[in-house]
Design a protein around this ligand. Structure first.
Ligand SMILES: CC(=O)SCCNC(=O)CCNC(=O)[C@H](O)C(C)(C)COP(=O)(O)OP(=O)(O)OC[C@H]1O[C@@H](n2cnc3c(N)ncnc32)[C@H](O)[C@@H]1OP(=O)(O)O
Length: 405
């Protein structure tokens, strides 16, 4: 039997933790300069290591954030990242030990959820994480994608340097507020690494800010150009859009038009965009918004199930009794009466039963209860409860995170 020694790492061990994580991703370890930025993200008490035979075998960490629920309530949540196990020590339960320790830590802190972006979909469901949001990658040819006459836009777009962006963007993002369920708070350490990232040439990302016709900043975009010399390669240049947030359709569309108008760029490829962003409706030729991929975005593991059920808004329908099953955090397990006015624990018999991982998908409106029942992921003791449950958990807008970490 493998002997595990799981404990919070000390500051002197943080870089080894990051090195292990990067190697687990088959990525190069960071330079001294890179580490100076990344180190800001490592907070004592939030970085975990499992040791086998006295050696660091695996690691995970989290940073403090918050998570928006349908209706706009924001709950404290831990953003989990940098999960890795040494390639020669995988499948010995290292991740399992780390996940348990981290969940206990987060519960002690009073955070309502843990959340992450998964490298593979097979990993985290067993620990109670479920898909809360999805995103898409969209590619547009700059020569062919043009706005319709009635498309939104206007205002002004200006390029800003990294230092100016560091002054403006954090407040701007905060000021935009909760535009969609699934959005998270971005701590200063997140911004530091995000804005100071460099492309393969060592250049910083390009950053643009949009201001409305009154001169008020109301949106921004961050992208990385990638191209090659026409004398060697195909000479095509792609703008890889990493981050675009704005107050509404006018500012969002204006940033898109700016990107599509950048000289010598052949294509804009945008990752992690909302599934229901209305690009198709803004273009003269809707097919020019080419959806390359749709994938799971934020995975959420409810840690305080009563709080998450209570704080979410619901649609109008007959209340239903939903049983939540949670093997890892048994305090969450039990029945909840869910109705238009909220949700509270009840002693009544369950009409529907769901594991905590799929509860995450219900909470964010990412899956309908009847869809999960068709997949045998909800047990319908009373199938008549599915229709009202669909209405109660339905959301008008797709949940979207829009922040990678
Ligand atoms: C949030 C983020 O940071 S995402 C980045 C995650 N990191 C990576 O993908 C880096 C490369 N991979 C790794 O470092 C490791 O393989 C990890 C972290 C994915 C898994 O760590 P391990 O210590 O091997 O996991 P552990 O032994 O606890 O496995 C627990 C269970 O999950 C299963 N499992 C673990 N990883 C995977 C996987 N990638 N695919 C399918 N099943 C998996 C195991 O088979 C095991 O199942 P069992 O309980 O039925 O036997």
């Amino acid at each position: 039997m493998t002997e595990h020694d799981v404990r919070p790492l000390t500051e002197s061990e943080f870089r080894a933790s990051n090195d292990l994580f990067r190697k687990a991703l088959n990525a190069p370890t960071v330079t001294d300069e890179g580490w100076r930025l990344l180190a800001e993200r490592y907070e004592p008490g939030r970085v975990w290591g499992d040791h086998i035979g006295g050696q660091l075998a695996g690691t995970t960490m989290s940073f403090a954030s918050s998570l928006a629920l349908p209706g706009g309530a924001e709950l404290p949540a831990a953003a989990v990242t940098a999960v890795g196990v040494r390639a020669d020590l995988t499948r010995r339960g290292v991740l399992t030990e780390l996940m348990r320790a981290q969940l206990d830590e987060v519960r002690r802190r009073g955070e309502a959820a843990v959340m992450l972006h998964a490298s593979e979909t097979a990993i985290y469901g067993r620990f109670g994480y479920g898909v809360a949001t999805r995103s898409r990658t969209v590619a547009l040819e700059t020569a062919r994608a043009a706005p319709r006459d009635r498309a939104p836009g206007g205002g002004r777009v200006r390029l800003v340097g990294v230092d100016e962006a560091a002054e403006i963007l954090p407040g701007l993002y905060r000021g935009l507020g909760v535009v969609r369920a699934g959005m998270i708070a971005r701590p200063p350490s997140w911004w530091l690494t995000h804005l100071r990232r460099r492309d393969s040439n060592g250049d910083h990302a390009v950053i643009a800010v949009h201001s409305d016709p009154n001169g008020i900043d109301d949106g921004f975009a961050v992208w990385v150009p990638s191209g090659n010399d026409y004398r060697f390669g195909d000479g095509r240049t792609t703008l890889r859009l990493l981050d675009l947030h704005a107050a509404g359709p006018a500012a969002t569309a204006a940033l898109w038009w700016f990107l599509l108008g950048v000289d010598l760029a052949d294509e804009v490829v945008a990752i992690e965009r909302p599934i229901d962003e209305p690009l198709e409706w803004w273009l003269t030729d809707s097919r020019q918004s080419r959806v390359r991929d749709v994938y799971d975005g934020l995975w959420v593991r409810p840690v305080d199930v009563p709080a998450m059920l209570r704080e979410r808004d619901y649609g109008t329908a007959e209340p239903v009794v939903l049983e939540v099953r949670d093997g890892l955090l048994p305090d969450n397990a039990g029945c909840y009466l869910v109705g238009p006015d909220g949700a509270e624990p009840t002693e009544r018999d369950p009409q529907l039963s769901v594991d905590v991982a799929e509860l995450a998908s219900l909470l964010f409106g990412e899956a309908r209860p009847s869809t999960l029942a068709e997949a045998n992921l909800i047990e319908a003791h009373d199938p008549k409860a599915l229709d009202p449950a669909d209405r109660l958990f339905a959301t008008l807008e797709r949940a979207w995170c829009g922040t990678h970490f």
